[in-house]
Design a protein around this ligand. Sequence first.
Ligand code: ZN
Length: 305
Amino acid sequence: MSAVRTVLGDLPADRLGVCDAHDHLFLGSPQLAGRELNDAAAARAELAAFGAAGGAAVVQWTPYGMGRRAADLPALSRAAGVHVVCATGLHQAAHYTPDTLDALRGRLPDLFVSELTDGIGTSGVRAGLIKVAGGFHGLDAHARWTMTAAAEAHRATGAPVAVHLEHGTAALDVLDLLCGAGGVPPHRVILGHLNRSPDPVVHRQAAAVGCYLAFDGPSRAHHATDWRMPEAMAALVDAGYGDRLLLGGDTVVAGARSVDGGPGMPYLLRRLRPRLAAEFGTEAVERILTANPAEAFAVEWAAEG
Ligand SMILES: [Zn+2]
């Protein structure tokens, strides 16, 4: 049966509900020193705020080695009454020490598969997606290594591959690698951060391949492109790609949480949902928040061994 793999178990896709398709309850990196998401009480409050705003599910794209706190997610999900999906995968090299990466040489696909099927560490919590990252207008050796491993893990499990596009760029390079050499069906690829590089031609080219396009995350760093997001999404809806779009909050630092004064997860439903409805109608927005994520994250997982 096709199911979304949540931290509380496999969920029939039609029960996922209104979904923040790209966000973070926990995230740490040397790049974010002092601003990490590493506060369980704040995570719990943020998830509850999303639930109170009408949200039903959050997909956390935090990959391996970046403070996912997988063992804490089931209790948070239960307390808030919000489904949570967590990730395996690997981010850009800058987020890790060289020793951490060296220890993963030769075993990355096995790590991803094990986290998707057996669980993350000793938590018993299974990942529901594989997160990897591209570079700025191209893919370096690290990106090619992690994407090749993600493709292999996809072929073994069926898991969707979610991609951080650096400043929204290199979408077509990523698709060439994952769907070309990697053999990942386009509908199993989710490209993140398209809003940060609002080139309508590239957006249409990526959508035409058949992948999902995630528009995610108002942030101070990318504020210059925030206002172009409604028109970019409307252009894709008009071109017939309304079934390829996803929305996320992509909260990456503590100050971006709604419970700490930022837009956070509730912003998606509080302001973005009506803003987008004004642009291209309620029906298309509801599809983007509910049916599309259910299709993007539902997998025919292999039966238990
Ligand atoms: Zn993210």
